[in-house]
Design a protein around this ligand. Structure first.
Ligand code: 5GP
Length: 130
């Protein structure tokens, strides 16, 4: 069920609980601005989620309200994690689902890193006209 991105940040969301170490994750990287861990339901040989440490609901919330240092730190972390995962040479796909049409399910900003296999077109072409 997609989230409503207009609601305020709710710190009971699953990624907030992972950040507080209340529930486990398979961590791959952490620094002052970001935490990265393996997706629990991987869609590719490499499927890592990178989240900012700040309380941001979505890409929209983060891009509007985060500081320059938070944004730079988060973007650099995504690139670093992809390189460390060994997918920079072969290529990878980033995805940040946002809100209802984006089918975002967890109300804490996360960027998916998908890699380790060849992907097809970004969105099925028949979906464009509907
Ligand atoms: P969204 O559709 O919001 O972009 O994707 C949410 C992602 O979070 C999904 O790929 C889902 O598998 C992942 N996910 C949901 N709950 C957990 C969890 O408890 N741990 C981990 N590691 N991933 C989760």
């Amino acid at each position: 069920m997609p989230i409503d991105p207009t609601l305020p940040y709710d710190d009971t969301n699953i990624f907030a609980r992972i950040l507080r170490a209340e529930i486990p994750c398979r961590k791959v990287y952490e620094d002052d601005h970001a935490l990265a861990f393996h997706d629990i339901n991987p869609q590719a040989p490499v499927h890592i989620l990178v989240i900012p440490k700040g309380a941001y609901v979505s890409w929209d919330d983060f891009s509007a309200k985060a500081s320059d240092a938070e944004i730079a730190g988060f973007i650099r972390a995504v690139g670093h994690v992809a390189r460390e995962a060994g997918v920079a040479a072969t290529g990878y796909r980033l995805m940040a689902n946002m809100g209802g049409h984006g089918h975002q399910e967890v109300a804490h900003l996360h960027v998916h890193i998908f890699g380790g296999r060849q992907f097809r077109e970004m969105i099925p072409r028949e979906a464009v006209s509907s």
